[in-house]
Ligand binder design. Structure first.
Ligand code: C5P
Ligand code: MG
Length: 155
């Protein structure tokens, strides 16, 4: 299993990316990359399963080569790191919690889950996404937490 978490500040004039999709919103994540907290938490969860560190080590914010990098590339790189370390591994299922007060995302759950599923090559019904508000306590904040399972090849 793996576990990852990520948060970004919400600012005007930035797109909001979640699970590899751009979401219509008044504010987006202030970040060095596209600031997709769901994919960042997912990539950290993948790396954590094999004690391979975290995405801040792989993609240092101080390195201009990674400015504006698409988060799906970060996830792809985490999958490559795992394959190099442990051989063929597939994701069993993903359980994600996204905390964001606005906009409401319940009607986009299937789209976001399908996007995450396609990025990691699993069926959409293996990607559960729970949306939560902060009850108004963190209005400038988007946060994601991901737990996932990994299945190795027998032998
Ligand atoms: O945070 P809380 O428990 O009050 O969330 C209540 C409902 O609002 C949940 O059903 C959740 O799916 C939905 N929600 C949403 N979009 C968000 C935050 C919460 O659809 N950005
Ligand atoms: Mg509640």
């Amino acid at each position: 299993m793996g576990h990852g978490q990520d948060a970004h500040r919400l600012v005007a004039g930035r797109p909001l990316w979640l699970g590899g999709l751009e979401i219509p919103a008044e504010r987006g994540a202030d970040a060095h990359s596209d600031g997709d907290p769901l994919l960042h938490a997912l990539a950290d969860a993948l790396l954590s399963a094999f004690a391979l560190g975290d995405i801040g080590q792989l993609f240092p914010p101080s390195d201009p080569a990674f400015a504006g990098i698409a988060s799906r590339e970060i996830v792809a790189h985490a999958l490559e790191k795992i394959a190099a370390h442990a051989g063929a591994v597939t994701v069993g299922n993903v359980a994600a919690v996204v905390t964001l007060d606005s906009p409401k995302l319940g009607d986009q759950r299937k789209r976001i889950a399908a996007s995450v599923a396609s990025i990691i090559g699993i069926e959409p019904d293996r990607v559960g996404i729970t949306f939560k508000t902060s009850e108004g306590m963190a209005l400038d904040h988007v946060q994601a937490s991901v737990v996932l399972t990994l299945i190795g090849e027998p032998g």
